[in-house]
Ligand binder design. Structure first.
Ligand SMILES: *[C@@H]1O[C@H](CO)[C@@H](O)[C@H](O)[C@H]1NC(C)=O
Length: 337
């Protein structure tokens, strides 16, 4: 699913909610801590890592690559390269997330033997898989395969998405009304159209290179080596997200400038471009306004505001350690630097 918010609202939150309610854990209630708050928070943290894993897992990822291309950093075979570089740190982080939260934000209920039985019952009530659901599965497989292998046969990612949408519309799985109701998708489209245009102009008019040269000079005056400059720039890019209420808006406003600063500081191009894109996913769980999905999860009413901020910061620190340590070795191994 190419949208983190859609995955959160459409798939995970309904599951988390029904599991929690069946375990007697209600939102905006002391019982929230029984199970719901743990599930919601670990799902939110996991979503950042899973969106960093696949190029097509989040809307802003493709925007990042487009902006990188405008600055002259072109990544060959994007889907595969993206996945290779992200795989090890993202998978380790994904595996660690439920365990870490279990330690720092434990649920009160530690055992839910009735959950599988309830799930089996619900599945039975839903009946067999319908025709439309099979078409959906097949279309999804086709679209994802085209995203992965399309480059070699000359099908771009946009064409792959249009083919998928056309199949769903032609076979009546979706109608135009459904498309109109995808509010967040139209929002993204409008943002993209404007931001890509504006970012292009900032580059053309020389503002991005002027800004990045200034910062590069400052970094040079401290005579920072490129790995140190890399750390400083990545951390600044990450924590500036406290000022943004959307991942796409942050990418549109700052990605090009930060990438140019990386290049001016002599950091390897592909490493810079990809690390910034991964960070653009990971900062989505900092606060309740950081991203579409975190608003959705917070809105469910299971986690208190102070907890959101505390956990957002602690897990971000842990995250920096995991991605930093694993990334250092993995990216050396892959020859990115
Ligand atoms: C990703 O995984 C790490 C390690 O489990 C965690 O600290 C972090 O909060 C996770 N999510 C995000 C959005 O960074």
């Amino acid at each position: 699913m190419p949208s983190t918010t859609a995955r959160a609202g459409g798939v995970f939150l309904p599951i988390v909610k029904s599991l929690s309610l069946s375990a007697g854990s209600k939102p905006n209630d002391p019982s929230a801590r029984k199970l719901g708050s743990y599930l919601v928070q670990s799902q939110l943290q996991a979503s950042g890592n899973s969106s960093a894993l696949f190029l097509t897992a989040a809307a802003q990822n493709l925007l990042c690559l487009k902006l990188a291309e405008e600055i002259g950093v072109k990544i060959a075979n994007p889907w595969i390269s993206w996945f290779k570089v992200a795989s090890l740190p993202a998978i380790i982080s994904l595996l660690a997330t439920p365990y870490l939260l279990y330690k720092i934000f434990p649920p009160e209920i530690k055992d839910t033997p009735e959950a599988p039985a309830i799930a089996a019952q619900k599945l039975k009530n839903m009946g067999p898989v319908t025709r439309n659901e099979w078409i959906m599965v097949a279309t999804m497989i086709l679209a994802v395969s085209l995203w992965i292998f399309g480059d070699t046969i000359g099908v771009s990612s946009v064409v792959a998405a249009m083919i998928g949408l056309s199949i769903l519309l032609l076979l009546g799985v979706l109608n135009w009304e459904d498309c109109l109701n995808e509010k967040s998708a139209w929002d993204t489209l409008a943002w993209f159209a404007i931001l890509v245009g504006m970012a292009g102009q900032l580059t053309n008019l020389g503002i991005v290179s002027w800004m990045s040269n200034c910062v590069a000079k400052v970094l040079q005056s401290f005579s920072l080596s490129w790995p140190a400059a890399f750390g400083v720039l990545q951390a600044s890019y990450f924590f500036i997200h406290y000022l943004f209420a959307s991942q796409t808006a942050h990418v549109g406003a700052l990605y090009s400038a930060f990438l140019a600063m990386h290049l001016a500081a002599g950091i390897p191009a592909i490493l810079s471009a990809l690390a910034l894109t991964y960070n653009s996913n990971l900062f989505g769980a900092l606060t309740h306004y950081s991203s579409g999905q975190s608003a959705v999860y917070y809105g469910a009413g299971y986690v208190d505001l102070p907890d959101v901020f505390k956990l957002g910061f602690t897990t971000a620190a842990i995250n920096a350690v995991i991605w930093g340590v694993v990334g250092t070795f993995w990216w050396k191994f892959l020859g990115l630097y």
